[in-house]
Design a binder for this molecule. Sequence first.
Ligand code: 3AM
Length: 187
Amino acid sequence: MRIFVALNLPKKERTRIHRASARLREEVLPVRWIDPENYHVTLKFLGDVRQEHVLEVQEIVRRVAESTLPFDLTLGGFGAFPTVRRPRVVWLGVDASAELRCLKQDLEWGLADVGFEPETRAFHPHLTLGRADSRGGAGQFRGFDDVMAELDFSGRAAIHTLDLMRSHLSREGSRYSVLASARLTGR
Ligand code: 3AM
């Protein structure tokens, strides 16, 4: 099954983000907007993993969570990968705080021990708001940077768990479910 490790935000914060980003969705653009129930911050994408290895991953996630204290995520700033003119992913930025970078590193090390390739790309924590199809050319997204720049949002979300997620691919887009949730206890 297709799995990844992520941080989920309290419902209140997800609703605030959805409201704050409403202006983006008013633009007529080839973007598939994510439902607020599915907002999350991915820490590590693991791809298709066989059932017997899923338990192994779950154990690593639990161990990392046990050595991590609860912390706050700071959110703010809208942007897109790879660029706002030709976006694939439209996102809300997440502050790469020391806590978040430590957690990401602990996960990478733990998962490398059971054979998952460590990430070599720079860590740009973000919350995906939508997936764009920019094959129609950059012209479609003209002015989108100004719309983004007009938005003003800053958020804070208390994180108490590290979640192992499952991604279900379908024609309507991806749906996500929590496979296992490990409490951050910092023991
Ligand atoms: O949570 P976000 O939207 O940032 O883009 C996928 C999504 O990220 C990402 O994993 C999350 C859950 O599906 N993802 C999918 N395929 C990927 C890959 N091959 C990937 N991340 C890295 N490499």
